[in-house]
Design a protein around this ligand. Structure first.
Ligand code: SAH
Length: 433
């Protein structure tokens, strides 16, 4: 009797149209992805006392259980009833782990239907990620993105010393980069994920499940451990808007990560940028600019034909920023394509008067990507032009390039690992954990 009622209660709550569509189609659902109101409705429908909702919320989002059996606060009978209704926790499974010499870990994460995405853990090490959005929380706590606030970082690092540090010390502040879709439909010409095309959207539960799986594996727990989140993995979050925003809310209310510690990056889905500005609970905004003018942006990011630079900058100018908040513009530097000092001048002109900063990323190379990485000198010269024009600009140190964990390199591990041309010049094959 209870079996059907739990499911039908979820259906009547409109779940079939949101996070759990594909699960509901199969007649069962996962707890991960349900918010407090939905879990309360489920508990109510099951004829259980109201406080069970909090017990379930805590178990799923704070304790990060993987099975109903682990929710020891619930009576055995209720757990069995949930299981019989086809309800699961909906935890993600870590299928593979790759560890970089710089401490970055790339996870291959699998969901119930066997689809996989990649999620990246970036432990604090040498501060090399300053200015890349991963220090979102710190930025909010400091007053401005001014040039004195963070130093530009070169491409050089000390892998061995860094590794030792990671091995002995729990990081005080780390960043998880999460995926929002399996693959991506936005055809950015320099991005490896784009080569996959889009397979499907992730549900809100699957987006949150990545964070839960990584937190558990790393044995860290917010808010005691400072965790920053960036929605910068596989996929375009604003083309999976409802699930993305629900996941962000669940990460705040369930997992306990402050919204100021989260940053979402979009390729420039202009109408969704405007919707996003209206959200009560929302991460900070990063926009992938990547080109200084219409012609070049259209070439590098074909979506610029639909939502052009003028519309994009218009939406950025209208974006309702909070106190001490600014927009981050990301700019991938491609050797001889968009990295001329004149391009930097154009960018400065475009962004003039906007409360923003620019994160410069030298191209992370990959098989099938037809661009070159500019030299560090070129990158610094570009940065200098921006800074001289009064635009805070930071050079983002690549993380985990050796294991294909850096920006734009996320592609399903199996495909990259088995690709005959997967080995990059100067980059050693990934050691597997
Ligand atoms: N779809 C979203 C988020 C994922 S991409 C977006 O486009 O913003 C995250 C960032 O990585 C973007 O700023 C993107 O421009 C950058 N990126 C993509 N491919 C890259 C590459 N090969 N090297 C360096 N950065 C890259």
């Amino acid at each position: 009797m209870h079996d059907k009622s739990v499911v039908s209660s979820l259906e009547s709550m409109g779940c079939e149209a949101s996070a759990n569509t594909w699960l509901m189609g199969k007649g069962f659902t996962s707890l991960l992805g349900l918010d407090r109101a939905e879990i309360t409705a489920l508990v109510h429908e099951a004829g259980e006392p109201g406080y069970r909702a909090k017990q379930i919320m805590d178990a799923v989002y704070r304790q990060r259980v993987e099975t109903l059996a682990e929710i020891s606060t619930l009576p055995q009978e209720f757990r069995e009833r949930l299981a019989q209704s086809g309800v699961t926790v909906g935890a993600a499974r870590i299928e593979n782990t790759f560890v970089s010499v710089d401490g970055t870990v790339r996870y291959l994460i699998a969901f119930a239907d066997g689809q996989t995405v990649e999620t990246v853990w970036m432990p604090e090490g040498d501060g090399g990620e300053a200015g890349d959005g991963s220090e979102a929380g710190e930025e909010a706590e400091n007053s401005s993105p001014g040039i004195s606030g963070a130093e530009a970082h070169s491409e050089t690092s000390e892998p061995i010393a860094g590794l030792k540090r990671y091995a002995t010390q729990k990081p005080s502040r780390s960043t998880i980069c999460i995926s929002s879709q399996v693959g991506c439909a936005v055809d950015c010409q320099f991005c490896l994920t784009a080569l996959l095309g889009v397979k499907r959207n992730l549900t809100a539960g699957e987006i949150v499940a990545q964070v839960c799986a990584v937190l558990k594996d790393q044995k860290v727990s917010p808010p005691e451990d400072r965790i920053n989140l960036v929605f910068m993995g596989m996929g375009e979050p604003f083309l999976n808007y409802e699930n993305f925003i629900k996941a962000a809310r669940l990460l705040v209310e369930g997992v306990g990560i402050a919204e100021r510690r989260m940053t979402v990056s979009t390729a420039g889905i202009v109408p969704r940028i405007r919707d996003f500005g209206e959200e009560k609970i929302r991460p900070k905004l990063a926009i992938s600019l990547n080109a200084p003018n219409h012609a070049l942006r259209t070439r590098l990011m074909p979506l610029n034909k639909k939502w052009n630079l003028e519309m994009l900058i218009g939406a950025a100018r209208d974006f309702p920023l909070r106190t001490r908040e600014w927009i981050t513009f990301e700019y991938v530097l491609l050797g001889g394509v968009n990295d001329e000092p004149n391009h930097a001048k154009e960018v400065a002109e475009l962004l003039r008067g906007l409360r923003c900063k620019v994160n410069l990323i030298a191209l992370n190379p990959g098989p099938g990507i037809d661009f070159t990485t500019p030299s560090p000198e070129r990158v610094v010269a570009f940065q200098k032009v921006l800074r001289d024009a009064g635009i805070p600009a930071f050079v983002r140190r690549p993380r985990g390039r050796d294991i294909y964990a850096a920006c734009g390199q996320l592609k399903r591990t199996v495909e990259v690992a088995t690709s005959p041309d997967a080995h990059l010049p100067g980059i050693s094959p990934a050691p597997e954990a």
